[in-house]
Write a protein that binds this ligand. Sequence first.
Ligand code: FAD
Length: 714
Amino acid sequence: MKTRILLLLAIATSIAAFFIFDLGQYLTLEALESQQAAIESYRRAHPGLTAVIYTLVYIAVTALSLPGAAVLTLAGGAIFGLLWGTVVVSFASSIGATLAFLATRFLFRDAVEARLGDRLQAIDEGINRDGPFYLFTLRLVPLFPFFMINLAMGLTALRIWTFYWVSQVGMLAGTIVYVNAGTQLAKIDSLSGILSPALLGSFVLLGLFPLLAKKVVEGVKVMKVYQKWQRPKRFDNNLVVIGAGSGGLVTAYIAAAVKAKVTLIEKHKMGGDCLNTGCVPSKALIRSAKWLSHLQRSKEFGIKQASADFDFADIMERVQSVIKTVEPHDSIKRYTELGVDVIEGEAKIISPWEVQVKTAEGIQILTTRSIVIAAGARPFVPPISGIETIDYLTSDTVWNLRILPRRLLILGGGPIGSELAQCFARFGSQVIVVEMAPRLLVREDSDVSEAVMAHFKQEGADLRLEHTAKAFIVENGEKILVAEHQGKQVKIPFDQVLVAIGRAANVEGYGAEELGIALSPRKTIATDAFQATNYPNIYACGDVAGPYQFTHTAAHQAWYAAVNALFGQFKKFRTDYSVIPWSTFTDPEVARVGLNEQDAKERGVRYEVVTYGIDDLDRAIADGEAHGFVKVLTQPGKDKILGVTIVGEHAGDLIAEFVLAMKHGIGLNKMLGTIHIYPTLAEANKYAAGVWKRTHAPQGLLRWLERLHAWRRG
Ligand SMILES: Cc1cc2nc3c(=O)[nH]c(=O)nc-3n(C[C@H](O)[C@H](O)[C@H](O)COP(=O)(O)OP(=O)(O)OC[C@H]3O[C@@H](n4cnc5c(N)ncnc54)[C@H](O)[C@@H]3O)c2cc1C
């Protein structure tokens, strides 16, 4: 901060000195012409020194964004001639521009980051992709003010080297014209006369050329991906959707709602992972486990003794009955009634406009203008030696269990592993969580992990942190995980293992490889900002596309995939990732939206943080759930919310208020001014805003008020 202020002062002083001492008088055409003979004689006497002084003055003028660069460029021609003038000006102007660019970045980039938050990421991605082309155009067309380009680009994430060389190349033509004019100084009577309209027109054309060329290259690329395919003359469908999980269902729903002819194909179960093996069963299981945990805490609630006689199989049957109850929401019947053609079968894309479907009745081929891939993800099973011999469970198969494992080893302390670990510990399994990282839920801040881990330990879960699984072996009939911990080998015996170390996108088996649909480095289907793949009529959404793996993000992307697939030729919509919330349904629940502290630090975003402890909240105390916190990150000195993490009972519900606030730019002041019902858990949100308000109270004014009150008391 200190360096920033010093630099700002130095720049401001230099600019002020320039104007106070009227140094601009030396950078006019008249001054140059009147001094030309004197400069020329100095140059003859000191050629090297003249070049050095000229270069330094040029760099200073451009780095400080002072007026006069055009006259200096003419001077370059007059002093050094066309060749050397061009060389000196070209380097001096590029170095000066880069210094101005760097100064702006150093001084103001953080403030821009704090203001724009996650939106800046999308802008930065665009700049990294197209920035050099835009910069080149701006540089080549001398109509755009030189200093404005330096300052504006400094606020973006454009790489320094790219800025330098694109600037140098882009400015070369203009530099030559001005330096050449400088060699004929006597003939120039105004700066504006140097560029004729014809010359300006040529620059504009030249400047637009790379952008047009880029568009042409993109067009050719698109033509190339389609060239080996025969486009059908007409289509049976506007849209074919592969996969009826959260992403596919919403895509089909939207398409049908806007009266498109849409076919939805599902090879396994309607509802996909969320309904059948993900959100729904896990939340149903968590409910039973929570119920048991309350029994174990009966004394806290004034009940001397409470016990439960339960059969694990019944709990698992309840999970299935919950799925059955929710099933109609995602059923073939409902979607057919909504106007979607649903086919139970396995889809394979055989051309950009044809999808082959294998059903019990046979094979059929559908033609379609567009396709949306929503094929989901599956549990990732790491290639650990011996894993194939131990009959491991995953989030796909754990729901088939009817006998409670005595010792359950859970590989992975992420959201899925943690949710299931706590459930099984509450049912009475001896749960061992093996995690490579030093804590559970590593994406969250460490105080969040600590709060969750404290509960886990209290409930008897054995947390083996910083343990790396190396091999599964069987010794004397006992299953054992061999892990490495701080350089030593550790053997962990268990009865059953649940692998929960992540989910891999389903990118094979439905024609994506054969078509050459590009993958991202994360091995998901690569999509652009509009959910389109490298085939502009094929889109992807949900877990198969990432980067998030949630039902609500799959549904969110689905809207963009459907609308862009159907109407993209007229208007395309960029997927909005500005405010993405999520929750991990452990006890305590963890919910987050926007930045947490570790993200903010990693991205270099400046923030202030306030925390309200839920242990102080009346309703939480009454409920026996007085634990957890609401942590809010704000823009320094402002009430703008950058991110929120809530740990505690119903955190996933409580965060909704912050999600709305962030989405619609509502700050903590407005939240504080909103009535929250007493006594509710939601009051925690308002109290967090209150903590922020207290830390930002105008202390000076309050001291005056204290004096005023004292005076009024007499
Ligand atoms: C244990 C667990 C708990 C979870 N809890 C939550 C939670 O609480 N909240 C949350 O937001 N998210 C949760 N998730 C994540 C959530 O389930 C997924 O993000 C979501 O299901 C992704 O939806 P999707 O449409 O992308 O994929 P999926 O739901 O996986 O659907 C893809 C569908 O495509 C079908 N398919 C694939 N290939 C073909 C083909 N060739 N032809 C026809 N059909 C095909 C599949 O059969 C599948 O039905 C959880 C996940 C798990 C595993």
